[in-house]
Design a protein around this ligand. Structure first.
Ligand SMILES: [Fe+2]
Ligand SMILES: [Fe+2]
Length: 500
């Protein structure tokens, strides 16, 4: 070998290490990288000016891949992704997976991590918004959904139909994670391969110190959500199933955008997970010229559905005060409050939350109206929203309280409903924050002594597609089953929603 040839052989690796040119950087983004899942999250512009952040889920031990971006003019560039590691104290529960993140710039026509294409456009005009939530397969010691057939756990089929609708964005309204216990021996046909918590609950406890695991997240979300991941960027809402003591550790690593990846990690191995809520934020979606939708996101993972919890009120109320400020009126802008737990939801009357011992007077248990901690914290702070979008009750529902924006619930994404009997979701004879006996749930929170002017509930798995009408504040909402077929048509006009 001549000296000049030797020099060239020596120089090539050096140039690659230095990232000498854009083409060498692209070459490093090998499509052979072992990506488990990749998706694009919608984030506020304080995080990424483009509103888009790519996440990749990788085997633990593999370096984060690069994200390869193709600009509208054909120019390609590869950039590194940054590791999102779970907390050290999550130990054996998160041994196999890691996540990576990278903000995308504006003006892309395409992006991929490894060989997986990811949504790369924040549309200049949003014509179609898909909404769904409550999707995981419920496995607890006492309640087991049949996770083994698409008819009984239709999340993947639902995600496929959402993708087929070609939405510009997906609003996921919370509750990915439901695999909270080992599959009971008599239910192996339903959930035999379902990953249990790494550390079982202590005797007499309902939950393990860390209920979720990497394999649980793969089964409950990363596999069934794959069609939707490929379809559109996702605005994600944290559900009560993503509280730190449930699916929180996976949520922080995979989906959270405001808190750190280890925010749910216990302070010591084997200890309980902490509690937290993320700060409120908003994202503006251009709809038509002069018309903008402002989605205002409040983390409602915490609190009680049936009582007032003072320690959560202290955190949750400021979250709604900020949401109210973000909803300040502006010509052409309409604001939606997006939470997981509804402000005015009507739940299965037979569902029973353990009574809250801190409530005054004593919490009488589930009262149909849900979620009481949210209703209390947001009292007097909801009037500026056009609509309130939520989930948590595993049905499609509209509840119109006089003088309030309509509460629309999209909890029918695939998790089994608490009841399939419509009579169990009947309209209470008393208002929110009140009790059947006519006294306030908590004397510091005056009951809303009104009944809803309109309620519509449908027990049917599926998702919804929002399409803006020509006039400001008007939307058509197509309620679709898991095959993508419309089962109800709803219309939003101003703060009112009706369905037929
Ligand atoms: Fe749920
Ligand atoms: Fe929920």
């Amino acid at each position: 070998m001549k000296f000049t040839q030797k020099l060239a052989v020596l120089m090539v690796p050096a140039l690659l290490v230095l990232g000498f040119s854009a083409s060498s950087a692209v070459a490093k983004s090998s499509p052979r990288h072992g990506i488990v899942a990749a998706y694009t999250l919608v984030v506020p512009n304080s995080i990424a000016k483009s509103h888009l952040q790519v996440r990749a889920v990788i085997p633990n031990g593999v370096a984060c891949p690069t994200v390869t971006k193709t600009y509208a003019n054909g120019y390609k560039r590869a950039s590194p992704m940054k590791l999102r590691a779970p907390g050290a104290t999550t130990g054996p529960a998160f041994a196999s997976l890691r996540a990576c993140q990278a903000n995308l710039p504006s003006g892309l026509s395409y992006a991929r991590v490894g060989a997986i294409g990811v949504p790369a456009k924040f549309q200049p005009k949003f014509d179609k918004i898909a909404v769904f939530g409550d999707t995981g397969c419920r496995v607890t010691a006492t309640q087991v959904q049949n996770c083994s057939t698409p008819a009984t756990w239709p999340f993947a089929r639902n995600a496929e139909s959402v993708a087929a609708a070609k939405p510009d964005v997906i609003f996921f309204t919370g509750d990915f994670f439901y695999r909270e216990a080992a599959c009971p021996a008599d239910k192996l046909a339903f959930c035999g391969a379902s990953p249990p918590p790494a550390i079982p609950p202590a005797a007499g406890q309902q939950y393990a110190p860390i209920t979720d695991t990497d394999y649980g997240w793969v089964a409950d979300t990363l596999i069934p959500m794959a069609p939707a991941f490929a379809a559109a960027p996702i605005l994600v809402t944290r559900g009560n199933h993503e509280s730190c003591f449930r699916g929180g550790n996976g949520w922080m690593m995979l989906f959270e955008i405001k808190l750190k990846p280890d925010s749910c990690a216990p302070t010591a191995a084997g200890a309980s997970a902490p509690n937290n809520i993320a700060p409120t934020y908003s994202v503006d979606f251009p709809i038509t010229s002069g018309r903008t939708l402002r989605a205002i996101m409040v983390d409602t993972n915490a609190g009680s559905n049936s009582g007032i919890t003072p320690e959560w009120q202290a955190l949750q109320k400021p979250a709604y005060q900020k949401a109210d400020k973000l909803a300040a009126p502006k010509t052409g802008r309409e604001s939606w409050l997006i939470t997981h737990r509804p402000m005015f939801g009507i739940d299965d009357v037979h569902q029973f939350d353990p009574p809250d011992p801190t409530a005054i007077p004593p919490d009488p248990g589930e009262l149909n109206w849900t979620s009481i901690d949210q209703t209390g914290a947001a009292l007097g702070l909801t009037s500026r929203f056009n609509l309130m979008i939520a989930s948590d009750v595993h049905v499609a529902q509209v509840v119109q309280m006089p003088g309030q924006p309509a509460q629309v619930v999209f909890g029918n994404g695939g998790s089994v409903p608490d009841s399939t009997n419509p009579a169990d979701y009947s309209v209470p004879a008393y208002g929110p924050l009140n009790t059947p006996a006519g006294h306030a749930i908590n004397p510091a929170y005056p009951p809303i002594n009104q009944l809803p002017s309109y309620v519509w509930t449908k027990i049917q798995y599926g998702h919804a597609i929002f399409t803006p009408s020509a006039k400001t504040g008007r939307w058509s909402i197509s309620q679709r089953n898991t095959a993508g077929k419309q089962f109800a048509a709803c219309t939003a006009v101003g703060k009112k929603v009706t369905c037929k």
